[in-house]
Ligand binder design. Structure first.
Ligand code: CP
Ligand code: NVA
Length: 331
């Protein structure tokens, strides 16, 4: 395949490190892989290579996407969870990076601080891919943008409103990605949940170059006017203490994505969510917190989640195609 490894040897740690053209090329490469997969065309371009997946936090989509994408590309995979290896407890990130670099051709890392994945990349001599940190979730954004492109035929000029805890990995990464791609991004949250000032400043500067815009808005009804995409994420992220649920529910409830909000947006609006989502009582945590705080839904109503405007499962599938593109481009 022509131009496959256009980021050869590079890490994939955050979208701030990539140019708009590189992001666009990854999305188009993913679309191409998706077409091949649907047509049953084999694409084992990296036969004989092996990758390691380090997950310090749990995962369904990201892990499965890396595993299946790697196998489709002809590669072998080793999964290391937070308990089953020496990482952190008996061996530092720096030592782990150098050990795994001798055995593998690429390393995925999901963990806590962004500094950890950056440190791993500093010491590794093979590409390192960020599978989620507290600050950023860059592979998710590629899947989101592929999904948006499939739906609207474009990314630039799309108005995306992020509702809820906008200062964490999803809010931050969507804001960076939107700025890079010339989208109109709105972080809709109470002041305390808005992204950090320095990141907002950086993204505004990028948006000024790409024709996009970055807006912070506390009023949901104002924010969703003319929105093409309403996006949300859980109110309590992995690694956060259970004790924050009460405060989050009380402060973020006005930002729940419900039918009234969807109806106030553009005619063609879609609902997106990185998943997993608390839209009913069918999970242990959803049930426990729902019963404790007398609610049946959290960040999104079941009605919106299950509606025709919800494209969350197409979005989830696209994790695999876009992660495949990231590996193929960097290996
Ligand atoms: N969206 C996402 O990253 O899902 P997982 O936590 O299941 O990987
Ligand atoms: N903000 C969420 C994203 C999950 C994909 C978390 O970090 O748990």
């Amino acid at each position: 395949m022509k131009n496959l490894s256009f980021l050869k040897g590079k890490d994939f740690l955050k979208l701030l490190d990539l140019t708009p053209t590189q992001i666009e090329k990854l999305i188009f490469l993913a679309a191409d892989f998706k077409k091949k997969k649907k047509a049953g065309k084999r694409h084992e371009y990296f036969k004989g290579k092996n990758i390691a997946l380090i997950f310090e936090k749990t995962s369904t989509r990201t892990r499965c996407s890396f595993e299946v994408a790697a196998r489709d590309l002809g590669m072998g995979v080793t999964y290391l969870d937070s308990q089953g290896s020496q990482i952190g407890k008996k061996e530092s990130i720096a030592d782990t990076a150098r050990v795994l670099s001798g055995i593998y051709d690429g390393i995925e890392y999901r963990g806590f601080g962004q500094n950890l994945v950056e440190e791993l990349a500093t010491y590794a001599s093979v590409p390192v891919w960020n599978g989620l940190t507290n600050e950023f979730h860059p592979t998710q954004i590629l899947a989101d943008f592929l999904t948006i492109h499939e739906r609207f035929g474009k990314i630039k000029g799309i108005k995306l409103v992020y509702m809820g805890d906008a200062r964490y990995n999803m809010g931050n990464s969507l804001m960076v990605g939107a700025a890079k791609m010339g989208m109109d991004f709105v972080a809709c949250a109470p002041k305390k949940y808005q992204p950090a000032e320095d990141l907002v400043k950086t993204c505004k500067e990028i948006a000024a170059q790409t024709g996009g815009s970055i807006t912070l808005e506390a009023d949901p009804m104002v924010a969703v006017k003319d929105a093409n995409v309403i996006y949300t994420d859980v109110w309590v992220s992995m690694g956060e203490p259970v004790s924050v649920w009460e405060e989050r529910i009380s402060e973020l409830s006005p930002y729940q994505v419900n039918k009234a909000l969807m109806d106030a947006a553009a005619e063609n609006v879609v609902f997106m969510h990185c998943l997993p989502a608390f839209h009913d009582m069918k999970t242990t945590v959803g049930k426990e917190m729902g019963e404790k705080f007398n609610r049946t839904e959290m960040e999104v109503t079941d009605e919106v989640f299950e509606s025709e405007k919800s494209i969350v499962f197409q979005e989830a599938e696209n994790r695999m195609h876009t992660i495949k593109a990231v590996m193929a481009a960097t290996l």
